[in-house]
Design a binder for this molecule. Structure first.
Ligand SMILES: O=C(O)CCC(=O)C(=O)O
Length: 342
């Protein structure tokens, strides 16, 4: 389901708030589980956040207190209008996520974990137009994304709600080629009352495995800003820090076995597709997935499935297996990358 929800003036006001939120994030004002940053997209979790766990189905919700509450402006400017228009019941939404994409940013194919989130999944787009794609396959290095089985426009100010087949039977994604300029989305969902929780013990383990990268990133940014206004002498003194001051991004990867996902994440249609159309689409997907004739193509599919686990979601600051990837400004230019495993 899609409908225009906010006019231009309302979008402008909300986009201003999104920019403030990003500034607060950069200043290190949020709890570490609230923020999940990768080079081309940032995610901000409010109300509830979850770990990607060790595979599809093993995602768990962080304990209370580890995530910032839903900001007042999201409640007043977005959730209350949804409630007033009867789109959701009062107090049904208990989780809000803001994604901020740079051009070329993406979210690889996934199904929002049904054991964590109730349906429908509601989102409202801001800053630019995009497209929600269903049933794509992602391949990495170099990144390639297959043609969607179905796609819907995500216009600025428009609300999209997915449920049933669109939410449960087929993966959805944002393809990098569809993010042509900066885009943001606010995703509004209800975390199930019986969603599994990360225990305090698990949380402790994961925080000893990686120090608070989000906050140390914020400190580095502050140092960088300070160093810009320093005398050349002070700058020279700090030169050993140069490496640290350059752009660095920490990422964590969940050890996901998404072969399973690739197999089960069969295709879809959107809600308005007829059963007949759905069957046709399913058939197409079945053919695409399972009727590979050579072993090589089977193997390729398996590789793709494994790689698709290393998506932007998995490369996040919120999990317990950590890959710290340090990009220096120079390295970015030279396209070199250091990886150190913690
Ligand atoms: O950007 C969007 O509209 C969709 C994002 C999404 O599916 C997600 O963050 O799980």
């Amino acid at each position: 389901m899609q409908r225009e929800f906010f006019d231009n003036n309302q979008c402008v006001a909300i986009e201003k708030k999104i920019n403030e939120l990003v500034d607060d994030g950069n200043a290190g004002l949020f709890k570490k589980c609230t923020v999940d940053i990768t080079p081309l997209r940032s995610k901000y979790f409010f109300g509830y956040g979850y770990t990607y766990g060790s595979g599809m189905g093993s995602e768990k919700v962080y304990p209370d207190g580890e995530i910032d509450p839903i900001p007042k402006w999201i409640t007043e400017m977005i959730i209350e209008p949804l409630e007033e228009k009867g789109i959701v019941k009062k107090n049904w939404i208990n989780s809000a996520v803001v994604n901020d994409y740079k051009p070329g940013g993406c979210i690889s194919s996934h199904i929002d974990p049904p054991h964590i989130f109730e349906r429908p999944i509601i989102s409202i787009s801001f800053l630019s137009n995009c497209q929600l794609s269903f049933g794509c396959k992602f391949r990495y290095k170099p990144m390639r994304v297959s043609k969607p089985v179905h796609s819907v426009p995500l216009k600025r100010g428009y609300l999209t709600s997915i449920d049933r087949f669109a939410a449960n039977e087929i993966t959805h994604c944002i393809r990098p080629c569809d993010v042509v300029s900066r885009r943001a989305v606010v995703i509004l969902r209800r975390v199930r009352d019986d969603a599994p929780r990360v225990s305090s013990m698990e949380l402790q383990l994961s925080s000893t495995q990686h120090t608070n990268e989000y906050h140390s990133e914020a400190q580095k940014r502050t140092k960088r800003l300070r160093s810009r206004s320093m005398s050349p002498r002070t700058k020279r003194k700090l030169s050993p820090l140069k490496h640290q001051q350059s752009e660095s991004i920490s990422a964590i990867r969940g050890n996901v076995k998404s072969q399973k996902q690739q197999k089960t994440s069969t295709i879809i249609s959107t809600e308005n597709k007829t059963d007949k159309q759905e069957k046709a689409v399913k058939h197409h997907h079945h053919h695409h997935n399972h009727n590979s004739h050579s072993n090589k193509s089977n193997e390729d599919e398996k590789k793709t499935a494994r790689k698709s686990t290393v998506d932007d979601n998995k490369l996040s600051t919120n999990d317990n297996k950590t890959i710290t990837t340090i990009y220096t400004t120079n390295l970015l230019k030279k396209k070199r990358k250091f990886k150190s495993f913690i």
